[in-house]
Design a protein around this ligand. Structure first.
Ligand code: HAM
Length: 424
């Protein structure tokens, strides 16, 4: 294949059997989301670019440098969704469902980033959004769902970082203090931030370069400048986490990349991954987002998790548990032309058995080879003799020695079940 026809840089295909892990992770999340009372929401992969400009912030790094923006044939300017929250809240505003409204989603997200392990131009997120309440107990439930999810898929080396972004007034005051501090020390900042600190001083807090860390280390930190209401909210969230036995750490430097965040912000990091992409999930509260998208003054909180990162973290931790089983239980071998296999397979599939079979009139030997390779536990063989006698030959593919026996055609389903149950 020529290079131009390969999947675009920063994207990837997932084929079976690897995709079984994706099914397992998504299925685990869907079950948990249901347990926590979230319903599935589906919304378009692209939106009017204004949804993201007003949602994540026109000046945010994702909006300015990473968004896939295009004009369609009707001259409308759209963007591929770089994340899920703004679209889900846009759907909430458009359809005004009864609140509290709790939605979960699984979606691709597109960001023009420099591709590397764990950082893609199309990645996939699982997430939830809860709209309609500013009760700190909702923050606790959302964080608990994330934590329980990571545990359910086998992750152990995960830490939860918690911060508060305050609300517009107390954060505004804090940004003023930070700006004054950075202005006095601007010559000591890293090369990038020496040029950009004034535009978005909060980003300097997030910079990992020693120069910026040294400057911000002795500067003001947001949690020390929260108003009483925001401080109380943070206290309720951390107390709630303690009551659930969920370990957390204060992270005063945690400023997430989107403008919509207010109050609680959090991130889950995997200690099994490199620091550059160790965030396996993150989220927080966004009490002004619905209003920014033209909706009512309704608060919200949620989180999103990158599926690729979760799988990388599982691999790095050496978690091998499959989550779900995929692949055939039974392989039907037919040397009478193939029609019998179609009938037998249909009968078994309707009874819930996963069946594989060969086509193209292959030889007995070729079909048996496929059966062995398929991972099926039992084979059902139909040849001319079996057909004439109204029987089939059963073969236990997991038995150490070739074990086979004949059963009446009408007894196939029971015989298959008996073998499968014996292997459970
Ligand atoms: P985010 O932190 O930008 O938040 O992304 C959520 C997660 O998606 C990250 O923690 C990471 O696991 C994964 N992720 C992000 N970018 C990439 C990438 N380029 N390649 C691979 N994985 C990536 C949000 O998107 C918010 N919408 C989360 C949220 C929901 N906040 C409130 N509700």
């Amino acid at each position: 294949m020529t290079d131009d026809l390969r999947a675009p840089i920063g994207t990837h295909d997932v084929l079976s059997p690897d995709s079984a892990l994706w099914e397992g992770v998504i299925g685990t999340f869907a079950d948990l989301a249901n347990r926590y009372d979230f319903g599935l929401v589906l919304s378009p992969m692209f939106e009017d670019v204004a949804v993201f400009h007003r949602g994540i912030g026109e000046a945010s790094e994702v909006a300015t440098k990473e968004m896939y923006v295009f004009t369609d044939r009707g001259d409308r300017t759209y963007a591929l969704r770089p994340e899920g929250t703004a679209s889900v809240v846009r759907a909430f505003v458009q359809h005004h469902p009864v609140t509290p409204w709790r939605a979960w989603y699984v979606t691709p997200a597109f960001r023009y980033e420099r591709p590397q392990a764990g950082r893609y131009r199309q990645h996939h997120q699982l997430g939830v959004e809860a709209l309609g309440s500013d009760d700190a107990q909702v923050d606790v439930e959302v964080i608990a769902l994330a934590q329980r999810f990571y545990a359910a898929i086998g992750l152990r080396r995960v830490r939860l970082l918690v911060n508060s972004m305050g609300h517009d007034v107390c954060r505004g005051e804090y940004v003023g203090l930070l700006r004054a501090h950075l202005s006095a020390r601007r010559d000591d900042l890293c090369d990038d931030h020496r040029a950009t600190w004034d535009r978005n001083p909060l980003r300097v807090l997030d910079c990992k370069k020693p120069a910026c860390v040294a400057v911000t280390d002795d500067g003001p930190m947001l949690p020390d400048h929260l108003c009483d209401a925001c401080r109380d909210h943070l206290g309720l969230v951390t107390r709630g986490l303690d009551r659930l036995g969920i370990a957390w750490e204060r992270a005063p430097r945690l400023v997430r990349g989107f403008d919509y965040y207010t109050r609680t912000t959090f991130e889950f990091v995997s200690d099994a991954l490199d620091a550059a992409q160790n965030a396996i999930g993150g989220g927080g509260r966004y009490d002004q987002l619905a209003a920014a998208l033209g909706g009512p003054d309704v608060s919200g909180v949620g989180f999103g998790s990158g599926i690729e990162r979760l799988l990388l973290a599982r691999a790095a931790e050496g978690v091998t548990e499959a989550l779900i089983e995929r692949g055939p239980d039974c392989f039907v071998v037919d040397t009478t032309g193939g029609e019998e296999a179609t009938v037998l397979a249909d009968e078994l599939r309707r009874l819930g058995v996963a069946v594989s079979r060969a086509v193209d009139g292959r030889s007995m030997k070729a079909q048996m080879k496929l059966a062995d390779r398929s991972g099926a536990r039992v084979a059902v063989l139909v040849g001319p003799q079996e057909l004439a006698a109204g029987e089939v030959t059963m073969r236990d593919l997991r038995a150490s020695e070739s074990t086979q026996w004949r059963v009446a055609r009408g007894g196939v389903a029971d015989a298959v079940r008996t073998v499968l149950e014996g292997h459970e």
